[in-house]
Design a binder for this molecule. Structure first.
Ligand SMILES: O=C(O)CCC(=O)C(=O)O
Ligand SMILES: [Fe+2]
Length: 329
């Protein structure tokens, strides 16, 4: 029977030769052991994880366990129990990848959620509709409280990395506008199509992202040419969060740090929930890592606009490759 909390599953009719899921099948290498960085004493483990993996677990993060638990519970109710049509009417709600819907319906990710910016001018705050209005307001308030913790986490990590990256005070401030970040509360409903993705392969456009996943699992990172599972163990099911670096961290570090490619496999059996926070630079921050870098200096606004233009035109993000210096070889 169709799940009323989801839209109808798109019929995935392939037009011959037009769509490739992956150019070459990427092997699956089982679970990836991740290092744990202590937020209270990041030490050398932090830079090492950024260099080798681009993803790590974070302990001693100071996010109250009951705050995450309340957010997970509310998200489960608001997303998992309500009919799709009701959710669509709510501000901040999205299904799949809205930017792709008009282009290639078959690529729509099997995920839904609420997008919650940390800072919103009061007069811009849209009003939720009944019957979920009170619960949705509570979800937003909790997500902002959670987001304030995330901003603290992002700033602490970034400040710990800044000396090794050779950043001056102005750069350290402009490259991480942590209060301008946002939280996404995701639900990956059980998917009727085996092998479908909850979220397609991508790198984040952020400086860094913090993932808090429940116990279901499904997150995979590309490591040494193979997809590797990142086992649950986050705030939803343990004491650590996951941090992954985004494209901007890679650019600022002149490719020393990795913006790790990742995806989420859809599950057939259980719904999966995650709370994700994304931190970005100021729009006018000039991203540069000196003359030796493969990338020309660019502002974050330029990067964001290029990503959006590429997605609109082709359905895919190109990312940092767009900003390579031209060589006249
Ligand atoms: O839900 C997750 O665990 C990951 C989501 C993600 O990669 C993203 O939103 O960029
Ligand atoms: Fe991501």
């Amino acid at each position: 029977m169709a799940d009323p909390s989801c839209p109808p599953f798109p019929l995935l009719e392939e037009e011959e030769g037009q769509h490739e899921q992956e150019e070459e099948p990427v092997p699956h290498g089982g679970e990836l052991e991740l290092p744990t960085v202590d937020l209270e004493a990041p030490g050398e483990a932090l830079a090492a994880a950024c260099q080798h993996l681009g993803v790590f677990r974070l302990g001693n993060h100071g996010v109250p366990g009951d705050l995450s638990a309340r957010l997970f519970a509310l998200a489960r109710d608001l997303l998992g129990r309500a009919p799709f049509e009701d959710k669509q009417a709510q501000p901040g709600y999205f299904w799949g990848t809205p930017a792709l819907a008009a282009l290639r319906v078959r690529d729509v990710n099997w995920v839904e959620g609420f997008h919650v910016p940390l800072v919103v001018a009061q007069h811009h705050r849209p009003t939720a509709c009944p019957p979920a209005a009170a619960a949705l307001t509570e979800l937003e308030d909790l997500a902002r409280e959670y987001g304030a913790h995330m901003a603290r986490v992002a700033r602490t990590l970034f400040d710990a990395l800044a000396p090794a990256l050779g950043l001056d005070a102005g750069q350290a401030s402009a490259y991480l506008a942590e209060r301008d970040g946002f939280v996404r509360v995701y639900r990956y409903p059980p998917c009727p199509e085996p092998g479908h993705l909850g979220m397609e392969v991508h790198t984040d456009s952020s400086v860094l992202s913090v993932i808090n996943q429940d116990l279901v699992g499904g997150l995979q990172v590309l490591h040494d040419g193979a997809w590797r599972d990142v086992a649950p163990g986050g705030g939803g099911g343990g004491d650590t969060l996951l941090v992954n670096l985004g494209d901007i961290a890679q650019a600022i570090s002149g490719d020393a740090y990795r913006s790790v490619r990742h995806r989420v496999a859809a599950s057939r059996g259980a719904e999966r929930l995650s709370l994700c926070y994304f931190a970005f630079p100021q729009d006018d921050a000039v991203i540069t890592c000196g003359g030796g870098s493969r990338y020309r200096p660019f502002t974050y606004a330029e990067f964001r606009e290029q990503v959006q233009a590429d997605i609109k035109a082709t359905g895919s993000k190109v990312g940092l490759e767009r900003f390579l210096r031209h060589t006249n070889a």
